[in-house]
Design a protein around this ligand. Structure first.
Ligand code: F6R
Length: 363
């Protein structure tokens, strides 16, 4: 049932091209727009604010969604982890759309946050991978990810499918609200439809650099992850993957925050993973890489093929070019694989890490 792979996690990492392809398939038939018939057009057109609630990896997918929704649909977006949102007496009501992202559809805190918002008059949308799960019953409408069943405890293919749904939602809202030109929408839909191919090419290429980085650093006690803009949630997700399956302490920070504290952690030995894919903030990220390098730490960069980062990074994990806003769908993959390789070198059971459950139905 592992289809020739040594673990479910590795199999599921390799199913990510299909997870994205299936999730966007019939929703990206028009060249210049997205269709999400599960959602009411009037609702999306009239919303004054979006609030995204989720836990763990699903929260990271939501963070990427927030950048896309703000950038493309120009709508204010609020975001919180569900366990905080539900206990902070949030200001929420009619006119708000609350989006609960939950792969399993059964995460207690996310369900509670969705119910609270619904009681207060908000419209609630579930983004889930499981048909008929509790989230679909608690929400007014549901947009399904189509990643197929995920068995590994660490979320991988469900994450990319969630990110794809958030992009679809942002593009749909942008069209309804007239905030992107048809040309820009066409460009984004075209790029999005190419992502499964890009993922496939990347996975087929093999992972020599990743293996080398893993060999060099698997006995380290700490990894720092840095990113800016959509690279930040990718850093957060890469750090979470490493900590949950390899039990190595990680911290993930907005790169611009580095000099406000985390830089004190750096010494000659620290591996620092920096998401440095093409974007309008790449120059800033490169400055951060230089700051890390002068402290003697090892920089492991994730960068777009063909982009010169200077000789600042010790190792560079390359991803294919795409629209900069869509980069997370590609950039997360080397970080999943890096976490995977390190955990295997440490001899750990990646499919069932200690203390973790696939579905968290308790607080
Ligand atoms: C991380 C992971 C968890 C889940 C979180 C939310 O790899 O799997 O952080 O993302 O427990 O789960 P769902 O999406 O089912 O609500």
């Amino acid at each position: 049932e592992k289809g020739g792979f040594e673990t479910f996690m590795l199999k599921e990492i390799h199913e990510q091209a299909d997870a994205v392809a299936d999730t966007i398939a019939d929703r990206t038939v028009r060249p210049d727009g997205v269709d999400l018939p599960e959602l009411d057009d009037e609702l999306l057109r009239g919303a004054t604010r979006l609030i995204i609630v989720a836990c763990g990896t699903s929260y990271h997918a939501g963070l990427i969604g927030r950048y896309a929704l703000e950038e493309w649909a120009r709508i204010p977006v609020e975001m919180d982890v569900a366990s905080e949102y539900r206990y902070r007496n949030p200001v929420v009501g009619p006119g708000d759309i609350v989006i609960g992202i939950t792969q399993s559809g059964e995460t207690l805190d996310t369900l509670a946050a969705m119910r609270l918002a619904r009681e207060r008059g908000a419209t609630v949308i579930a983004v889930t991978n499981i048909m008929g799960s509790q989230a679909t019953r608690d929400a007014h409408s549901t947009v399904y990810t189509r990643a197929g069943l995920e068995i590994g405890v660490a979320a991988t293919k469900t994450f990319v499918a969630q990110v794809a749904v958030m992009y679809l939602l942002a593009l749909r809202m942008a069209e309804l609200r007239g905030t992107l030109t048809p040309e820009r929408r066409t460009e984004l839909v075209t790029r999005l439809k190419r992502i499964p191919h890009d993922i496939g090419v990347m996975l087929d290429k093999g992972s020599e650099t990743i293996d080398r980085v893993a060999e060099r650093h698997f006995e380290k006690e700490f990894f720092l992850y840095l990113g800016r803009h959509v690279g930040l949630p990718v850093s957060l997700e890469g750090a979470l993957k490493l900590k949950e399956i390899s039990y190595i302490a990680t911290d993930a920070y907005a790169a611009g925050e580095m000099k406000h504290g985390p830089i004190a952690l750096l010494d000659q030995d620290t591996p620092v993973v920096v998401v440095a894919t093409d974007s309008p903030v790449l120059e800033k990220v490169i400055s951060n890489i230089q700051e890390v390098k002068v402290r003697g730490a090892h920089v492991i960069a994730v960068a777009t093929e063909g982009t010169d980062l200077g000789d600042n990074a010790e190792d560079t994990l390359r991803v294919p070019p795409t629209d900069w806003m869509l980069q997370p769908l590609l950039a997360v993959i080397p970080l999943q694989l890096l976490a995977y390789r390190i955990a295997r070198l440490r001899g750990l059971n990646v499919d069932q890490p200690r203390n973790l459950a696939k579905t968290v139905t308790v607080e």
